[in-house]
Ligand binder design. Structure first.
Ligand code: CUA
Length: 434
C-alpha cells in the first residue's frame, strides 16, 4: 500500500524507502484504527431519544495504560534505530568516493569534476551531471548567491547549498540512465526552472566522456560572438535579459551596446565594453534607472576574461537586424582530421553527422540500435532473416538505411551521403565500442 516513490537508483535507496514505508504504514494503520473506532463509537453510542443511558464510571486500567505506553515506545525505538542506522549509511562517505563539486547559482547548477583522478581534464558542465555507475559519489555543494538545494530523487539524497559553506550528498548509483535533479529551496524567479539531469554512465563510457575534450576544442574554435551566444544561455543570462526588447528582470540586450543609459544615480553613461564588463562583474556598481539592485549575481571570479569579451561581442551583435547564420557544427579542420586515428575521426563523424541523435553508445535504446557492442553481434531483421553486423552490413546500412532494418526498430534513418572514408572511420569507431 502507498508505494509511490520514484525508481530506486542508488545503493541506499531501498533502505530509505523501507524506513519511509514502515513509517507510512504504521501511520496509516493507526490513523485508520483511531479515526475508524472514533466514527464507529460516535454512531453506535449516539444519543437516543427517550432512553436513559447512564455512563459507567471507569477508574483507570493498569493493563491498558501500560500497553499504550510500552507498545508505542517500542515502535518509536524500532523506527528510530533504523532511521539512525540508514542515515549514517547516507552520510558516511567511503574514502574512494568520486568527488564532483556542484555550485548553485541563480538559476542553474554548475558541476566541476574535481576528483584527483580526473581533475587534469578540467571538465565543467552546466545543468548536466555525469557520474560512473557502481562507484561511490560525493557531491560537494556550494552556492554563490542564495540558498539552493540539490535534490536527486532517484538517489534519495538532498542537501541545501549554502553561500559560504560546503555541504555534501553522497550516493552509489546502481544503474545507468538519466535521472532528474531539482532545486528544492525557493531561490527566486526561476527556482522552478532550476533543473538539471544526472547521467549515470557505464565506467568505460564515463572514462571516455571525461577524457573527451572535443567540447573544449570546439569552444576554442568558436568566434567570440558564437561563444558569447552559448554563454548567454549556459550562464542563464537569458532568464533575465531578453534579446527582443521585452523587459524581463533586467534590461534587454537589444541595441544595448553603444546606447546611452540613464543610471539610478542620475548619471548618463554610454554602454561600452568597460561598462558591460563592470556590470557583469559587479552588477550593482552602475544600475540602470528603473531596475532594482541586488537582482543579478556578481560574476566576479566566475567568468574568464575571454568569456566576458565573448559576451560583449555577442551583446554587440544583438541589433534586431537579420540574425547571423546559425552556429556551424564544430567540425575540426582538415589538418586536425588528418592527424586523428580512424577511430577518432569516426567519433567526429558520429557527433557531427547526427548519428548521435539516434544511436546511443551505452547500450540504451534510442530511435535506432545502440552502437555499444553491436559489431560482430547477430541481429534479427524485420523480415525474419538474421544478419551478423560486419563492415559490409554497416556500409550498407549507412548508404541504404532501409535495406535491412533490425526487428523492433522503425525504418526511420535518413540517407546520409557519407564518403567512403567517413563510412570506414565510423565503422572503426563502432568496432571500438565493445
Ligand atoms: Cu535554486 Cu531553487
Amino acid at each position: 500500500m502507498f508505494r509511490f516513490l520514484p525508481e530506486q537508483a542508488s545503493e541506499v535507496a531501498p533502505k530509505v524507502d523501507w524506513v519511509h514505508h514502515l513509517i507510512t504504514d504504521i501511520s496509516v494503520f493507526f490513523t485508520v484504527a483511531i479515526v475508524g473506532s472514533m466514527l464507529y463509537f460516535a454512531i453506535r453510542y449516539r444519543r437516543r431519544d427517550g432512553e436513559d443511558h447512564e455512563t459507567p464510571q471507569i477508574h483507570g486500567s493498569i493493563l491498558l495504560e501500560v500497553a499504550w505506553t510500552v507498545i508505542p515506545t517500542l515502535i518509536v525505538i524500532y523506527v528510530g534505530y533504523y532511521g539512525i542506522k540508514y542515515w549514517r549509511d547516507l552520510r558516511e562517505v567511503p574514502e574512494n568516493a568520486f568527488v564532483v563539486n556542484a555550485t548553485g547559482q541563480k538559476w542553474f547548477w554548475q558541476f566541476d569534476y574535481t576528483d584527483p583522478s580526473v581533475a587534469e581534464h578540467g571538465k565543467r558542465t552546466i545543468g548536466e551531471l555525469y557520474v560512473p555507475v557502481g562507484r561511490p559519489i560525493k557531491i560537494v555543494l556550494q552556492s554563490t548567491d542564495v540558498l539552493h538545494s540539490l535534490f536527486i530523487p532517484a538517489m534519495r539524497v538532498k542537501s541545501d547549498a549554502v553561500p559560504g559553506l560546503y555541504t555534501y550528498v553522497s550516493f552509489t548509483p546502481v544503474r545507468t540512465g538519466e535521472f532528474p535533479v531539482f532545486c528544492t529551496e525557493y531561490c527566486g524567479k526561476d527556482h522552478s526552472a532550476m533543473l538539471a539531469k544526472l547521467h549515470v554512465l557505464p565506467e568505460g563510457e564515463f572514462n571516455r566522456w571525461i577524457a573527451d575534450d572535443s567540447d573544449r576544442l570546439a569552444r576554442l574554435k568558436m568566434s567570440p560572438a558564437q561563444l558569447g551566444k552559448r554563454l548567454y544561455s549556459e550562464r542563464a543570462c537569458n532568464s533575465c535579459h531578453s534579446l527582443d526588447g521585452s523587459r524581463v528582470v533586467g534590461p534587454t540586450f537589444l541595441n544595448l551596446y553603444g546606447s546611452t543609459r540613464s543610471l539610478a544615480s542620475g548619471e548618463q553613461i554610454v554602454a561600452d565594453d568597460n561598462y558591460i564588463r563592470e556590470s557583469i562583474l559587479n552588477p550593482n556598481a552602475k544600475l540602470v534607472q528603473g531596475f532594482p539592485a541586488n537582482m543579478m549575481p556578481a560574476f566576479e571570479g566566475q567568468l574568464a576574461d575571454e568569456e566576458i569579451t565573448a559576451l560583449i561581442a555577442f551583446i554587440r551583435g544583438v541589433t534586431g537586424e537579420a540574425q547571423a547564420a546559425p552556429e556551424p557544427a564544430a567540425a575540426p579542420a582538415a589538418a586536425d582530421l588528418a592527424a586523428m586515428s580512424p577511430e577518432e575521426r569516426g567519433r567526429v563523424v558520429y557527433n557531427t553527422k547526427l548519428c548521435v541523435g539516434c544511436h546511443s553508445l551505452d547500450g540504451s535504446k534510442l530511435i535506432g540500435p545502440s552502437f555499444k557492442g553491436v559489431f560482430g553481434s547477430v541481429h534479427q531483421m524485420a523480415d525474419g532473416s538474421e544478419v551478423t553486423v560486419d563492415e559490409a552490413y554497416i556500409a550498407e546500412s549507412i548508404s541504404q538505411p532501409n535495406a535491412k532494418v533490425v526487428a523492433g526498430y522503425p525504418p526511420a534513418m535518413p540517407q546520409l551521403n557519407l564518403s567512403e572514408q567517413e563510412i570506414a572511420d565510423v565503422t572503426e569507431f563502432i568496432k571500438s565500442l565493445k
